[in-house]
Design a protein around this ligand. Sequence first.
Ligand code: NAP
Length: 337
Amino acid sequence: MTAPTTLRVGVIGTGMIGRDHIRRMTTVLSGLAVVAVADVDPTVAERVAAEAGAVAFPDGLDLIAADSVDAVLVCSWGGTHERYVLAAIAAGKPVFCEKPLATTEKACLRIMAAEVAHGSRLVQVGYMRRYDAAYLAMKQTLESGAIGAPLMMHCAHRNAGVPAFYEPENTITDTAVHEIDMVRWMFGSEIAAVRVLRPRASRNAGDLPDPMLIVLELANGVLVDVEISVNVRYGYDIRGEILGEDGTVSLGDPGLISVRRAGRVATPVPADWRDRFGSTYDVELRAWADSVLGGGVSGGPGTWDGYAAAVVSDAAVRALRTGERIEVTLAERPGLY
Ligand code: NAP
């Protein structure tokens, strides 16, 4: 039997990122067909389905069960991810789950147990920085040995602003979690302990702990500091610099152009994460679809990575609340990962 050349995808959750992924799969990428859509709001699901030429399902679980769906994209609110990912595993269907994999450590462990029982990888988690050209070039430089063994990394994650629903812990679970996954991948090492330090608050902070400095101690001895600032107003600014024994490697300026006039050089700052990482999501979904069409989910961030990010996020939230250094304890890593 020859492998299918078109992946028939069902999308659960048609909010901001769900609709963006549908646009990506229908207008940017080839070899993908959005055949089914579900949302907690059936009117929205009907409208989005009509625009995409797909069928609207009243519930995500029905969508997962449908014969017309080969693979599932979970883009609903984080608290619903476990339910849909478990159902996809039970149906033996590949599932791309937007981050977080699930909102609690226990839920992540339940997903891991189900996937291990299934016996092969079905789950990819939407930690897209692993597909970003700048981070990939940085990792390649590090692994080439050009800057020697890594010692430290300095990161900044600055948002112009954040949604009204943000509570203090969202600065970690929704914002810093991208750096948490990125450094595990960059250095090939788990995070062993976390601290959170806070300077005086920004006058733009509202009730949020803004800014803050997260210190991640990696098991391999590398130390990472991550500045989180979620109300900088001037744009979306993602920075990173690794200090090695013989040199450094930094993320370049994301501005595609620079303008010189009136005695100044000006480079545009991205407005938000879509502006900065738009093409990265294209590469991410392309890689996912290719691996599924090739016979299995491989390579990308999986259940173990979603689990580890959740445990480190929990530890960082505790560090934020208590001001203490919190050690990270992970379960035994199953052979599947
Ligand atoms: P959003 O705009 O609020 O969209 C979530 C959508 O899911 C909404 O349409 C929501 O409906 C729907 N929904 C909620 N419960 C559902 C259920 N039980 N079944 C089906 N649909 C349900 O949020 P978003 O920004 O798109 O984020 C969605 C997910 O993607 C989150 O987990 C977020 O962390 C992740 N995300 C990842 C990135 C990234 O960089 N990788 C970027 C953005 C978002 P209502 O609006 O009616 O609640």
